[in-house]
Design a protein around this ligand. Structure first.
Ligand code: TXA
Ligand code: MG
Length: 315
């Protein structure tokens, strides 16, 4: 059910969960000040309680009021990327952020989303906690119809149109005095390096092999179909009468069904279509799908490749 901005703010203030648009993916939002709504998010998504939530704030100033300290570089990075698809993991005073939001960690993840409707919402009620608006483990939602199909027609959605980027925010945090990428996302390592002066490493677990970004432990982005990633060029579809998830500027001879993500020459287009394409496989009802994973290992493609590997259960 589509609702307008005033109603979204009203419902959030009264402890309801509302789906909100961002430039990355849709979020299932609750006011951080409404413990029952925060708890309802975990129930609705079937999300493990050990997986903390991102606090969405209006701007860096609001974030600085909550975080107990910010590492060197925070202000330059926030200036360059906020509002936008970059999430910072920062130390916080336990009393300022509910335990459930942090999943008991001494840190909280912060992001200022760029979508104008959600900026207008945050100007009225903030912070909002918001995980991606999908049942846990499934492809994220990037348009109104995805939320309707996952949560039903009566679920309140602030419809902001299809998400511009289509991939979740990049999550970064400081380890040993250097920024590291804890989840790859819409901001590439190369772009971060322009500000940092070094290429931030991807770091999934600490020296004790404990996950730094708990979400990376769990299944993600998976459609119902089993995905088989093929990294060599397709000349013919590996098995006749099967389906391929691929690119509009490539040929897949012999495939019975082809779901296209966009042109290989346009990674941004592919990113924006990725979850829609994965959901399309489910709508068609396919069991096994060959994925053309012969893609570059650079920039946005690295994030797209990581999402495909996770969707195939390879990570
Ligand atoms: O683009 C996005 O980030 C979207 C939109 C809605 O803003 N949100 C999103 O939220 O992707 P979610 O809940 O699907 O993913 C958040 C990730 C999880 O992997 C979680 O483990 C990690 O952020 N996270 C949250 N708090 C953290 C913390 N304190 N330390 C490390 N990782 C954290
Ligand atoms: Mg998610």
């Amino acid at each position: 059910m589509r609702i307008l901005l005033d109603e979204a703010a009203f419902r959030l203030r009264h402890g309801e969960v509302v789906a909100i648009p961002t430039e990355t993916v849709y979020g299932l939002a609750a006011s951080i000040a409404q413990p029952r709504a925060v708890s309802a998010i975990f129930e609705l998504k079937g999300r493990p309680r050990a997986n903390p939530l991102i606090a969405h704030v209006l701007d860096a100033r609001e974030c600085l009021e909550i975080a107990s300290s910010v590492p060197v570089g925070f202000e330059e990075l926030a200036q360059r990327f906020w509002p936008g698809p970059l999430t910072f993991v920062l130390p916080v005073e336990a009393s300022l952020i509910p335990e459930e939001v942090r999943a008991g960690l001494p840190t909280c993840a912060f992001r200022s989303p760029a979508h104008p409707l959600t900026q207008a919402l945050l100007a009225r009620i903030s912070p909002l906690v918001a995980p991606s608006a999908n049942p846990s483990g499934r492809p994220s939602a990037t348009r109104y119809e995805h939320i309707e199909s996952d949560f039903g027609r009566d679920f309140p959605v602030l419809d902001g149109g299809p998400c511009l980027l289509g991939l979740e925010s990049t999550i970064i945090g400081v380890l040993d005095d250097r920024w590291h990428v804890l989840r790859q996302g819409a901001v590439t390592q190369e772009v971060l390096a322009d500000i940092l002066g070094y290429l931030p490493e991807i770091c999934v677990s600490d020296s004790h092999r404990q996950p730094i970004c708990p979400g990376q432990l769990f299944e993600h982005y998976a459609p119902k179909a089993r995905l088989i990633l093929s990294t060599t060029p397709f000349l013919h579809c590996p098995e006749r009468q099967s389906a391929v998830l691929g690119f509009s500027d490539r040929m897949y001879e012999g495939a019975e069904q082809v779901v296209l993500l966009g042109a290989i020459s346009r990674p941004q287009e592919v990113a924006a279509r990725l979850y829609d394409g994965l959901r399309e496989l489910d709508a068609i009802g396919l069991d096994v799908v060959w994925v053309d994973a012969n893609i570059p290992n650079e920039g946005l493609w690295r994030t797209i490749g990581e999402r495909l590997r996770r969707a195939a259960g390879l990570m």
